[in-house]
Design a binder for this molecule. Structure first.
Ligand code: GLU
Length: 305
C-alpha cells in the first residue's frame, strides 16, 4: 500500500491542475448541477487496506457503474442462459444508440450499453418480487454497507428526460426481448442508475471481482470464480462505451465508467480503484479519471498485461 499511496498522491497533485477539457453532461438535468471541480480517488487492496485522497468520501451518482451489480445479480440467477438475451461483444456505438438493435433483432451487443442494461433490468424484474428493494439489499450485502441508497431526485430527473431509454426499451420490447411491463423495467433501470456512492464505497464494493475468495459478511459467495472472470472480461472489452479499446490500451484494467464522472477499475488479485471527476470526454468517460488511471497503472506497472 505504501507504494500505491505515494504514487496516488503524486498523480493527484499533478492532475488536479491539468486543464480539464471535458464537459459535465446536461441531458440528465439533475446531473448538470454538480460542482465540476470534485476530484477524488480511493484504492482498496484485496487485503482490505484503503487509501483515499481529495473528494474520496463524497457521494455521487454512479450511473452506469451500477450496471456491474445488476449484471452480477442477473448472471447469478440465469447463468449461461443470460447470453441468449444479451451478447458479450463491444458495440463500437455510443452507449445510448438505437442503431445496431434493428440489425441485431433486439439483442443488445453487451450488458453495459443502455440497451443491454435495460434487458438485464428486465431479467431482474422477472426474478425479484420487489426489484428496487432487493437490488439495493444485494448491493448493501456485497459492500457490507447499509448506507447505500438511490437518489430519488436523480431517478426522477432521468425519468422525465429519458426519451432515448424509453425508446430503447419499447424498441427491444417490439422484438420480444423485454418480457415485463416497459414502465416497470424503466423505473427500475432509472433507479439503479441513481445509486450513490463515494469513491471509497465504490472501490470497496467492487472487491468481489478482484478477490477469488470473496464472501459477503453473511458468508455468501457472490459469483463463482469462473463467472467473476467472465465479468472482468466483459468489463475490459465493453466497460467504457465505444472507448473500451482505448481504455484497455491506455490503462489496461477491466472497469466501468458512468456519466456521473465515476470510474471503477479492477486488478484481479490485487486491488480495486475508484476515481471521480465529473467532466466527461466526448465519449462519455471522465477526462481526468482516465488520465489518472493511465498514469497510475504506468507508474505502478500494474496493468493486467
Ligand atoms: N442513466 C444514464 C443513461 O441511461 C446512464 C448512462 C451512463 O452512465 O453511461 O443514459
Amino acid at each position: 500500500m505504501e507504494n500505491y499511496k505515494k504514487i496516488i498522491e503524486d498523480i493527484y497533485l499533478e492532475i488536479k491542475n491539468v486543464e480539464d477539457i471535458g464537459k459535465v453532461p446536461n441531458y440528465i438535468p439533475e446531473l448538470s448541477k454538480i460542482n465540476p471541480d470534485n476530484f477524488g480517488i480511493n484504492i482498496t487492496t484485496i487485503d482490505r487496506q484503503n487509501f483515499g485522497i481529495g473528494d474520496f468520501n463524497k457521494k455521487f451518482s454512479i450511473q452506469s457503474v451500477s450496471k456491474i451489480f445488476s449484471l452480477a445479480l442477473a448472471y447469478k440467477f440465469e447463468g449461461v442462459n443470460l447470453w441468449e438475451r444479451v451478447d458479450v461483444e463491444p458495440s463500437g456505438n455510443p452507449f445510448n444508440s438505437l442503431l445496431q438493435l434493428e440489425a441485431d433483432k433486439g439483442k443488445p451487443r453487451n450488458p453495459f450499453i443502455n440497451a443491454g442494461a435495460i434487458v438485464v433490468c428486465d431479467v431482474l424484474v422477472g426474478h425479484l418480487k420487489n426489484p428496487k428493494e432487493e437490488f439495493l439489499d444485494f448491493c448493501r450485502e456485497i459492500s457490507n454497507n447499509e448506507s447505500l441508497n438511490y437518489s430519488e431526485k436523480i431517478a426522477h430527473s432521468e425519468k422525465i428526460s429519458g426519451f432515448r431509454n424509453i425508446a430503447l426499451c419499447n424498441f427491444i420490447k417490439s422484438f420480444g426481448n423485454i418480457k415485463n411491463d416497459v414502465d416497470e423495467v424503466l423505473d427500475f433501470y432509472f433507479h439503479i442508475c441513481s445509486l450513490e456512492m463515494s469513491c471509497k464505497e465504490l472501490s470497496e464494493i467492487a472487491l468481489f471481482l478482484a478477490d477469488d475468495n470473496f464472501t459477503t459478511h453473511k458468508g455468501n459467495k457472490v459469483l463463482t470464480m469462473s463467472k467473476a472472470k467472465r465479468m472482468n472480461a466483459i468489463l475490459l472489452t465493453c466497460g467504457f462505451y465505444d472507448e473500451s479499446g482505448e481504455f484497455a490500451f491506455r490503462v489496461g484494467l477491466p472497469g466501468k465508467s458512468g456519466v456521473g464522472g465515476g470510474i471503477v477499475a479492477i486488478h484481479p488479485d490485487k486491488y480495486c480503484i475508484a476515481v471521480w471527476s465529473p467532466k466527461l470526454n466526448i465519449k462519455g468517460n471522465s477526462f481526468k479519471g482516465m488520465l489518472f488511471l493511465e498514469k497510475f497503472t504506468s507508474k505502478t506497472a500494474s496493468s493486467i498485461f
